[in-house]
Design a protein around this ligand. Structure first.
Ligand SMILES: [Zn+2]
Length: 307
């Protein structure tokens, strides 16, 4: 397990330095002090995009309380945690509030700017984006429809209807992503909506009542008609697009025949290492973004052998 923790630590958006302060964030007085503390940072989040300065080297824009309060109140700020004594908060912006932040840069897709960020910056922004998304989708109680109220710095929501009082906690969607081998080849597929030529490892969501291993076997069979064995966990990656936790695996195919099944893939193929390297070099095949666990699974497989 330690080995897997180490592997996950190298995945983009996985942080190490932030202490989430599970107990202290329940203390409203402590949180209020942190919101006023001049060393604290506020991170505005707009529809799952983060604010990036447009200097020579793009960098995320973090605000002190005084700087932030000029633009927006901080009473609905979501507490992320503390690193080296500095507290980090995310703030969900409403549609009309974007304009006020225009002078600081642009709101960008985190996947696009992640290669330019440090590991810790990427991790904090991914966390800010994931928690913000959950809040924007849970403004009202799913049982009675009354507005929800933020508690524990954003780590719980309580229904404001006293008769109901339902509690909710942030959710993340587990998804499996699998590099399938057959001998010296690996299975990559493409979805129609992807950029031309892009191929990647197969993935899918874990369904209710299902183990992650069963999800691996089901998804690969549904998408490519391939039975798998020797399913091995590799590592995990928070993937807040919008709210997934990617669980990376490797597995061996029982045979190499492919039958495209559930219409998710428009093509799936077996590649040897040399075929894949040549296709990428010739730009006939494009691999997923280097910040994804899918890229890492493919990259490790390429380095594994020489065929
Ligand atoms: Zn309710």
């Amino acid at each position: 397990m330690i080995q897997n923790l180490e592997k996950s630590a190298h995945n983009t958006f996985v942080g190490r330095g932030l202490e989430r302060e599970h107990n202290r964030r329940k203390d409203a007085g402590w949180l209020a002090d942190k919101m006023k503390d001049e060393t604290s940072f506020f991170i505005p989040v707009r529809q799952s995009k983060v604010l990036v300065g447009e200097g020579e080297v793009p960098a995320p824009v973090f605000f002190s309380p005084a700087q932030f309060l000029v633009h927006k109140k901080t009473d609905s700020a979501l507490f992320l945690g503390e690193a080296e004594g500095r507290a980090y908060f995310a703030v969900v912006l409403e549609e009309k509030e974007f304009e006020s932040f225009k002078g600081f840069g642009g709101f960008k897709d985190l996947r696009a700017i992640a290669p330019l960020l440090s590991q810790e910056e990427g991790a904090i922004l991914a966390y800010a984006q994931a928690l913000s998304y959950w809040h924007t989708r849970n403004r009202f109680c799913g049982l009675c429809g009354a507005p929800n109220q933020i508690g524990e710095g954003g780590h719980c929501l309580t229904c404001s209807n006293a008769q109901c009082g339902a509690l909710r906690f942030p959710r993340t969607d587990p998804a499996i992503i699998v590099l399938i081998r057959h001998g010296e080849k690996c299975l990559l597929g493409r979805q129609q909506i992807w950029p031309p030529g892009m191929y990647s490892v197969l993935a899918g969501f874990v369904e209710p009542g299902e183990s992650i291993e069963a999800a691996v076997a089901r998804e690969i069979f549904e998408e490519a008609g391939v039975g798998v064995k020797n399913i091995r966990y590799h590592s995990s990656q928070p993937w807040p697009f919008p709210c997934s936790l990617m669980l990376g695996f490797t597995a061996d195919a029982e045979n190499d025949s492919i039958t495209l099944g559930d219409e998710e893939l428009e093509d799936a193929r077996w590649f040897s290492r040399s075929e894949l390297r040549q296709a990428v070099e010739a730009r006939a095949v494009k691999l997923p973004t280097p910040v994804s666990i899918s890229y890492r699974l493919i990259e490790e497989w390429l380095k594994d052998g020489s065929e």
